[in-house]
Structure formats: structure tokens, C-alpha cells
Design a protein around this ligand. Sequence first.
Ligand SMILES: Nc1nc2c(ncn2[C@@H]2O[C@H](COP(=O)(O)OP(=O)(O)OP(=O)(O)O)[C@@H](O)[C@H]2O)c(=O)[nH]1
Length: 495
Amino acid sequence: MRESPASGKFPLKTVPRKHLLDSREMLRSLVLGGAWLLLWRLAVLMEYAPHASIWFPPAGLSFAAFLIMGLRAVPIIMLCSLIATFWVDDLYRMQQSWEQLAYTGVLFGAAHSLSYYCGAALLKQLIRSSFSDALPKIILSFLILGTLASLLGALAGTQVLAGSGLISSQEASAIWLPWWIGDMAGTLVLTPLFIGLLSWRYPLIEGWLGGLDFKQSDQSWYGFLSKLLLSTSLLTLTMLLAANFRYSEVSFAMFFLIIPQMWIVYTESPFRAALSLAIFSTLTAVWVSALSLMDFALVYQFAICVIAASAYFGLAVPVLVAHNKQLRELALSDSLTKVASRQHFFEQAEQEVARAKRYQQPISLLVFDIDRFKQINDQFGHTAGDNALVLVAEAIGKGLRQSDLLGRFGGDEFLLLLPATSLEKACETAERLRQALHAVKVENTRHFLSGSFGVVQLEADEDFQHAFERADAYLLKAKKAGRDQIYSNRPQAQN
Ligand SMILES: Nc1nc2c(ncn2[C@@H]2O[C@H](COP(=O)(O)OP(=O)(O)OP(=O)(O)O)[C@@H](O)[C@H]2O)c(=O)[nH]1
């Protein structure tokens, strides 16, 4: 998942603006138009009532195209709508005049384009203004806007056909609902897949649907194909049962197929999940028409929509988990030096202190600070200062035991917790580290570092906060005494 570091917002990039007559742009439009008409013809094959297909893929393609290409997709989609209107006349032998068909086609194209353009433009706006933890919100918005755009498309489309006399007003009021559900199924199920495909054609388009990476997949195709085979076999079995018994109750078994789909969603890449949904819905439509299951078409349409909606929310889960992991890592470690953050150090230290008390083991704390660090920043710049802090953390971290905990309190001050370590051993460690700091050089300079240390062993009844305050006070004494020294309540440790 990628996000722009400056704003934390999704980097939804669209295809750079080019002249419509640009040859590559024309080729893209032609491919889009060809695919649109092919899908439209496929949908007509699967009509279960005139103008009502179980699932209408061109709606998903239009939504994806408007989302990716914006208004530049309008001419080709208008042209496709016009061709489709003439094709309808031919298929249904309506024998309208060409003027009438041209008028209807333009109106139909305008209604279709306006509906899906509005939905896509609103969604694009939302994605651009969303932060990376808003993925479920974006998915919900996609589902709502996809549903509303298809409702608007169905209402406007049926009204256009009725208004221009291609269908009667009774027919219009009878078909708007199945038209809507079919368009909705096409939009909800296929838009993400088409966006994934368009993202390949247009490499500039990065993550969509809240940063889902449609290209990434490190798993084998064999595993995916086996899951797909299982899912489609179960679908076929369900459809054959419905065709055999012809009870509506049997058709509801389709809803169980959400289980294999969710399995694919959770274990495969977003693109494969979208591909699987597309294959699943295509096969459903094919079986409905091949097995004459038109009476239960609405059940299947709703099942496709419900499975798709659940799948997209499912897709959000791995992204959210990765995001949470990232946030957790940020909270646990200091972003510059990668040692424990102050908060994490204190939390861990409390636990270690409790454990040491339970097992009556000694536990010691070192607090140390780089000497005259401000001068390094002032003399060599903040980048050199940052670099020096990283080198300090590396040098100190090298000689530690697995159980020791190194943290950054802030600025140039570090903390080191030494479980199962007495004050004497802790002072020896501090001495070793003090000398190790002498070997750390500010990069590209001749300036070597030194540090001052405060060391305490926790008293039996002392809490960590109090021990920290004592160690910090010793550190201050070491600074006042001239720096590059170790101070503790062990007099002989003092330099
Ligand atoms: N480069 C860099 N500088 C930092 C960072 N955090 C704090 N500082 C600077 O580190 C300096 C710390 O200065 P102090 O600890 O107050 O004083 P000092 O110069 O180290 O002097 P003594 O501690 O008295 O030896 C300040 O100038 C801070 O601005 C950081 O993440 N990167």
C-alpha cells in the first residue's frame, strides 16, 4: 500500500491530460469502446426480460472509465450507447426510423454517461480527500455511489426509452427495477476489476479503493486456480440443483457461496479476488440463462451483489492489518534510530521491573546523553546530527545482551535497561559504552563523540519512574562535573 508521505492521502493519479486526437489516446478509447460493446452484447444474451439482464457489465466499465479517465471517456461511451441503440432495434426488430434511433441513442448515452460520471466523480473526490485509514469508508462510498449511479442510470434509461417510444410506459415501470439490479450487479462486481485492468494499461494509476495494490501477488497461480475451480464447481452444483428442483428455496443456496469467495479474498491478491468475483458472476449469469432459471434471477442478482459487497469489505481487512502493523511499529520504535520509543521503553521497563522484583533479581538503568550535541548540529548541520544519533544507537546496540533494552528518551538522550544486572556490572557496562562512544565519529568530519552517564540499580521497593529520576539526576551531575563521565550512587564509579 502506498501513500503520499506529505499528506497521508491516497495518491489517486489519473491519466495525464492529452489531446483527444492523440493516437495512443484514440487507441485506448477504441479498446474501451470495443470492450463496452462486447460486454453489452454478452449482457443482451443473458436478458431474462426485454432490456433486463441478470447482470450488465458495461455499467461497471463505464463507472471505471469515468473514474480513471474522467470526462474524456464521454465521447466513446456516448458512441457505444448510440451503436447499442441501433443494435437493439435490430435485435428486437423494432423497425424504428434512423432519426428516431439516433435521437434515442443520444439521449440514452447522455443518461447513462451522466449517471455513472456523477457517481465516479463523487467517488474520486472522496478518495482524493481521504486519509489512508479511511479504506472501509471508501469501500462503503463505492458501494453506495455504485448503487445510486445504477439506480439513476436505470430510471433515466427506462424513461428515455419510454419517452422516445421504443418501449411503452407500462414496460418502463415493469423493467426499471430489474434493469437497476442488473446494472448494480455489473457495477459493484466488475468496477474494481476494470480499474485493475485499466491500471495496467495506464501505469500512472496507482492504488485505488484505498490503496489496494491490484498488481501485487507473490502467490502461485496454481493455488488460486484450484480455489477458483472449487468455487465455480460449487456454483455449478447449486445451479444444477436449482434447475432440477425449481424451488426458490434451493436458489437461496447461492448465498452459501460467499464462503469460498471470502476464502479467495483473504488468501489472494485484490486483483485475483476481483477476477474471481467477475468469473463467478459471469458464470452465474451464464447458468441462469442456460438452465432457464430466469424466475429466480432476482435472487441471483442480489446474491452477486451481496457477495461482491462482502468481498470488498473483506479486501479492506489485510490492508487495515498492514496499516495497523505500520502504526504499531511507529509507536514502538523511534523513527530515526530504530531503538525503542520513549513510551515503549517505559512500558517494557515497568514489566521488567515487576519481573525482577518477583524473582528478586537486580535490575539497573543507564541514562546517557551525548555531550555538546547542539554544537554538532550548529557546526555540521542537522543531517549530520541525525546521522550521529543513528551511529550512536548502532554503536551502543552492538555490545548489548538480548535481554537489555535500549531506548531513546528524546533529543540526544538515551535509556538502557539492564535486567539481571547489579549496579557494579551496570557501571562496568557504562564504562564500556562511554569508551565505545569515543570511537563514534560524525560522518565526513574529524569530530568524535563523547557522552555522560547516570547509572542506578533499582531499590527493592522503588518504582521505575523514581529510578529514572535518580538516574537522570546522576546524569546531570556528570554533565556538571565536566561531561564524558559516569555518575551513580557507587562512589568508586565516579570519574
Ligand atoms: N540532529 C538532531 N538534533 C536533535 C534532535 N533532537 C534534539 N536535537 C538537538 O540536540 C540538542 C541537544 O542539546 P542539549 O542536550 O540540550 O545540549 P548539548 O548540546 O548536548 O549539551 P550537553 O547535553 O550539556 O552536553 C539540541 O540542540 C536539540 O535541538 C534530533 O532528532 N536530531
